[in-house]
Every structure is written in C-alpha cells, then in structure tokens.
Design a protein around this ligand. Sequence first.
Ligand SMILES: [Zn+2]
Ligand SMILES: [Zn+2]
Length: 399
Amino acid sequence: MRFTLFLRKMVLTASLSAAALAQTEHVNPWSPVNVAPLPPIASLSDGVWLKGDLHLHSRHSKDSSNNSEAKIIGFAESVGMDYLAITDHDNHVQGDVAHNTWTDPEFKSNSVLLLYGAEWTTTRGHGNAFSARPYDHQRLYDVRDQRDIVIGAVKKELGIHLSANHPSGKDHFGFSYDMVDSIEVWNSAVWSKNANAIMIWDDMLSSGRKLTGRGGSDSHHGTPDTPEQATKNTYQRQANYVGTPTTWVYAKERTLQAVVDALTNGRVAVSANPYAPRVEFYADLDQDGKMDMMMGDNAKATGKAATFRIQLTGNTVQGAQYTLHVVKDGNPFKTLQATGGKTTIAEFTDTPQALGRTYYRVEVEGPPTAYPQVPGSTALNGNMVGLSNPLYFNFDPNF
Ligand SMILES: [Zn+2]
Ligand SMILES: [Zn+2]
C-alpha cells in the first residue's frame, strides 16, 4: 500500500516536471516574425475618387415604401453619385435577386455604376454581397444556415465581396469575420449609434484582420408620388437617403470591378454626405516629403520615423476648426486640429514598430455640411465629418 503511494507520487512528480519542461520549450508559432517582402504599393496618383452608397433598399424589399429603382437611381444621378449598390433583402424573394432587383427594367443608368448585390438576410444576421458582374446569389442564400466553413467556400467560389452589415445590435452579423472583406462601420445618418461597430472594427484590425470599413445609408423609403401614398415611414426620406453616409473609393478606373477592388483593398473613406469633405490619410515612410502610401495600403515598417498626413478634400468651411482623432492599434493616440481652407492638412510623426503589426486610422469632427436634398441628415450626423481607413504596417497578406 505504502509502496503504491510512493510510486504514484513518483509518477506525479515525473509528469509534472515533464510538463514544466514542455512549457519552457514552448515556442508560439504565431508570434510576430519579420513579414516577407510585401506586394508593392499601387500608385497614389493613377486613379480616381468615386463616391457612392453601398446599402440601399428598393421596392423589391418588402419593408421599403415608395422607393422604385428609378427613384433611387435618379436621385443618385442628381447628387453626382458615381456608383450604387442596391441591396434588397434576398429573403423577400427567396434568394432570387437576379430576377427581381437586377432584371428590373429600371436597373440602369448612364452615369452611375450599378453594382450587383443584395442584403444576405439570415437567421444569424445580415451581410451585403457586392459584385462587378451578375453571380448566382441563390447559392449564397441557400447556405445561409450552414456552418461558416461551408458558406466561406461558396462565397469564394462565387468570387464576390462579402461585407458585415450593422455589426452591433439588431440583425448584427453573427458569422465569422474571416469570410468578409469589409464591415459597415457607419450605418445610416445616425452616426452616434455606430460606436459598437467601430469597437468591433478595431478588435478585428488589432487581431491582424485587414478589414475595410465602409458606410451604407440602409435607406428604405422614397418620396411618395401623391400624398395618399405616404406611409408611417415616409418621414425618414428627409433624414436618411442615398449618400447618408457616402463611401469614397480610390479606384484605378471608373469601372464596376475597380470599385469592388478598391473596396477590398481598403482605399476607402466615409463622409457624412456627398458634399462633406473626404478624409485622406497618407504616410511618407522615408521622410523625403513625398507620400509613399495611403489608407488601405500595407507597408513593411522600417523601424524609422514616418510622417503621417491627414488631408480634408472638398467643401471644408473656411476658417472653421476640425478635430482629427488618430487611433493607433485600437487606442486613442493623438488629437490634432486643422483649420478649414484651401488646403486643410495636419501632419504628425511616429515610428511603427519594426517587428509586429501597427495600424493608424482617423476620425474627423467639425462643422456639419448641409445636404439640402436630405435636410434632416445633418442633425443626425452631429459633428461627425468623416473617417479614413487604416494605414497598415506589417500585416500578413496571407492571414
Ligand atoms: Zn440589415
Ligand atoms: Zn438593409
């Protein structure tokens, strides 16, 4: 009996020390390493800024009112939009958006690029699909309740851009973020309700996911043709419609594919409306006075200081103060001021760590820009002017 106890004790001691030994020999295979040479950064000048709305509902969504595609597209043309994604609820047509939203005779424009897409409306939440060409959306609808690994494979086969919608709150995106290319960080004119979406975005970025932040008005209701056609939701038309907010993409050219590519790559900014200033964010890596990268780009950190430039392009208010909040790796980093004028620019320097990831992004507050076609939206935006996507350092492109 005693001997058995003794033996047990010996075994226990031996296994403990083996475990301790294993622990000291442990090497985390995921710890930061020098990233392999990264793909070269695309041209900062050979492209075009295009503005649009990536979340809209037409009459093919049963919860919309007075919102034909002609009404949406006509309005978008009148305020100078470059692209639109009409994203009707796919469950309202049992997945067959192809024979509803896309084959509607009104789905056409001479000046606005119309993406093929839909709002993937599932038990576990909502996401938007975007594509430069028609794709078999029915397949995505059919797998909506399957495991994420099945859905991810279908998404990949279809070659679409998938985006997480209104990620916090009702109908939040309840799937893995590993299968999406972007996240809706600004849903509708009501900026204040997006705080949790921004928090989720920062969590995804901080954990190494290079995920584009985008906007979407999620507007459902148009102007009635006659007073009798008004619904209980018609009031929304004056406060939330096409362009509240507006998503800017720096596209290689004015084509549908270039819009989707820019969205995937992250050369994207979101503004309160189409007339509000656009936030551009650049870095000069060798401090030679010439900018080397813009938001969405991923560079290898040199271990030396870089100069960062925040630029507001468009209708800034002459002489007004703009507050630029810089977020670094999910935490408030710096608050800068810039005065509105011909050039509204602020710069700072910092040294991204040589080993491991760093990201910087910017949110801008200041005087609201009037949007006469959607007059109630400015009050809902508050002082929020716009936001940039991150500048990335040492992000693993094969993550
Ligand atoms: Zn939704
Ligand atoms: Zn929606």
